[in-house]
Write a new protein. Structure first.
Length: 655
């Protein structure tokens, strides 16, 4: 597996969105209109002289010697308008003219003359001759612009209503500067040097073999059409998160050398009604124009959930988007080489119309990798990392049971980060082991435990580990730690020696005994249970109820499965599911769950009680070391007198 290539937008699609000439007429119009209004606001205020007074008030001020002395400059703009500026006061502050009605003027103001007043001009000339007032006559370069704007602005607004606003009322998002809102946000990944192929996808051989037929169709469709065969229109990939579904879809496009359009299901759902359907139409239109290509919808369960169930009705925006997807997939012609691929980790909530033949008619399960697949994935993610000679990737792959490709990539990255912090030149096996602890059980917490608390935690974890060790057929612990990590004060990591895909009742019963081993050790040593076993009890109760009510593992209840209301209503199921069993059966289920848990608790207590010497030696050693691996646990138990089958040597099998 490798990192995804850099995404690039489709140039043709971007130019189509901008419109002819690289711009949008509506956008330019509104920009010009806003500019005209801003011009009017700012320059219009300048033309008005930053305030004005009445002609009579100005005559009153000229008639008073003390008020007239405040006038510094008079500018003639035309025969009917004056701009007046006042002297600053002795303290440097701006002055104002005071009138008999109590009002005051600004320090700079405008006076509108009703007509040409010879007496006023003579009075101003008199004051100017005395050197008290400066009179200047200037032509206004912006004269009349404000008037023209005020005259034409209503006409511009009316034209805008007819030519731009009213046509948009039929489809508010159908054009103009909002037109991009309904465009598909699908990202196009161009083919190039960074394209992904099946060689970059480690493991998953079953899934890749299913997808090779899609690649062959995209490369040479005539090979299929000559015999009347049609390739599936849609391919649905489902599996646990992090298993590489998106990477597989990109690898199909990389192998075929065709464009790859990717979109997330949640990107269809927006605030406005109809936007999701419009985006679906635009997405399929773009795909058809660029055929052959791959159209990939990630997390399709965001829009593809069952219709008519859960929250929302037939007018729900999500359901309208799903209806449009169904309609577009029906519109594909046999000659159109567009493959729709989708990914989800919840195929059980998808609408049946989406899964029927003719739409997503090929379903491919992307499973968690086996240890061989994990080894191949680790080799991919460590090929650019310098490894020391003691690193055994096969041993790491065997120990990391259940990890997906994303988990293994994170493991390799954490190991590189830890080595970098210590200034190492290479990654050592110890770095991978510490990275595994960090990924599986969390980083260390800075907590200092007292001696009594430390011993109680050691006793609890030793109970888990020893019970597992002593039970025949159980998976022996890989590591036991009493160092606080994440949300736990201690942890016992149990890893099976091989991958298992089919579990029986005996396996679950052993797991219940191991889960309750910590509580049994508390009761045995301290004669009371502790609240720290809450998570163990919750896990054991859930497992026992699944055994009784879902898996038919109770002889008293029999081979029956019951609905217990565990489905979330927002995942597309019914809001209220009627219980399909009686109160009497509910009592029987509760009694069986209690019996199974009590039997597991008694078995754990009995194993620890009969091997108290092993428990005490284990607790003492764990308290001192704080962390113990499987070989160290075995050494301590052998010294304490344990005689049994030696633990399988993973290191030897991984050579």
């Amino acid at each position: 597996m490798s990192s995804d290539p850099n995404s690039q937008n489709d140039d043709n699609q971007r130019s189509r969105r901008r419109g002819p000439g690289g711009g949008n007429v509506g956008s330019w119009f509104w920009l010009a209109l806003v500019g005209a209004v801003l011009f009017l606001v700012f320059f219009g205020n300048n033309l008005q002289g930053r305030g004005s007074i009445a002609y009579s008030q100005f005559l009153e001020a000229l008639g008073k010697a003390d008020e007239a002395a405040k006038i510094a400059k008079v500018v003639y703009r035309d025969e009917t308008r004056l701009e007046v500026s006042l002297h600053k006061g002795k303290d440097g502050k701006e002055q104002s003219l005071e009138f008999s009605d109590g009002k005051k003027s600004n320090s700079r103001f405008e006076v509108r003359l009703p007509q040409k007043d010879e007496k006023l001009l003579a009075r101003l000339q008199e004051l100017s001759a005395g050197g008290k007032i400066t009179i200047v006559q200037e032509e206004d370069p912006l004269a009349g612009i404000g008037t023209l704007i005020m005259f034409f602005l209503p006409a511009i607004v009316i034209l805008a209503l007819f030519f731009f606003v009213l046509p948009r009322m039929r489809d508010p998002l159908g054009g103009g500067f909002l037109s991009n809102y309904i465009r598909s946000p699908a990202r196009k990944y161009e083919k190039g040097k960074t394209r992904i192929t099946f060689e970059d996808v480690a493991g998953m051989e079953n899934a890749k073999s299913e997808l090779r037929e899609i690649v062959d169709f995209l490369k040479s469709p005539e090979k299929f059409t000559r015999l009347g065969a049609t390739v599936p229109k849609g391919v649905l990939l489902f599996g646990s998160p992090g298993t590489g579904k998106t990477l597989l879809a990109k690898a199909v496009a990389g192998e075929a050398g065709v464009p790859f359009y990717s979109i997330n299901g949640s990107e269809f759902i927006q605030m406005f009604v109809g936007v999701g359907a419009s985006r679906v139409r635009d997405m399929f239109k773009t795909a058809k124009e660029n055929a052959p290509c791959i159209l990939f919808i990630d997390e399709i369960d965001a829009v593809g959930r069952m219709r008519g169930a859960g929250v929302g009705g037939g007018s729900d925006e999500r359901e309208q988007t799903l209806n449009q997807i169904l309609s577009e997939m029906d519109g594909f012609q046999p000659s159109e080489t567009v493959i729709v691929m989708a990914a989800t980790n919840r195929p059980d909530v998808l609408d049946s119309a989406l899964l029927r033949p003719g739409r997503f008619d090929r379903h491919i399960t992307v499973e968690r990798p086996t240890w061989q697949g994990r080894l191949a994935i680790l080799k991919v993610h460590t090929r650019n990392k310098p490894l020391a000679d003691d690193v055994n990737l096969e041993l790491i792959a065997r120990k990391m049971v259940g990890m997906t490709g994303a988990d293994l990539r994170n493991l390799a990255n954490e190991a590189a980060l830890l080595a970098t912090r210590e200034g190492k030149d290479r990654l050592h096996m110890a770095d991978f082991e510490r990275a595994a602890d960090r990924v599986l059980i969390g980083p260390k917490r800075e907590e200092v435990l007292t001696g009594d608390d430390k011993k109680r935690i050691a006793n609890h974890e030793a109970g888990h580990a020893l019970v597992t060790w002593l039970m025949p057929g159980a998976d022996r612990p890989q590591k036991v730690s009493i160092i606080p990590r994440g949300q736990s004060l201690g942890v016992t990591i149990t890893v099976p020696d091989e991958d298992r895909f089919h579990h029986g009742r005996d396996q679950f019963e052993r797991e219940l005994v191991m889960t309750l081993g910590g509580r049994a050790a508390d009761v045995l040593v301290y004669s009371q249970p502790y609240a720290g076993a809450e998570s163990d009890l919750r896990k054991a109760t859930r497992r026992a109820r699944m055994m009784v009510a879902h898996w038919g593992m109770s002889d008293r209840v029999g081979p029956m499965a019951f609905r217990t209301g565990e489905e979330h209503v927002f995942l597309g199921k019914e809001i209220h599911e009627a219980r399909d069993f009686s109160e009497g059966m509910a009592l029987v289920i509760d009694e069986e769950v209690s019996r199974i848990l009590r039997d597991a608790d008694q078995k754990a207590f009995g194993l620890l009680q009969s091997n108290r010497n092993l428990l005490d030696a284990f607790v003492e050693e764990l308290t001192q070391r704080e962390e113990m691996s499987r070989p160290e646990i075995e050494d301590v138990l052998v010294k304490a007198g344990w005689v049994g089958t030696p633990s399988p040597n993973l290191e030897a099998s991984a050579v």
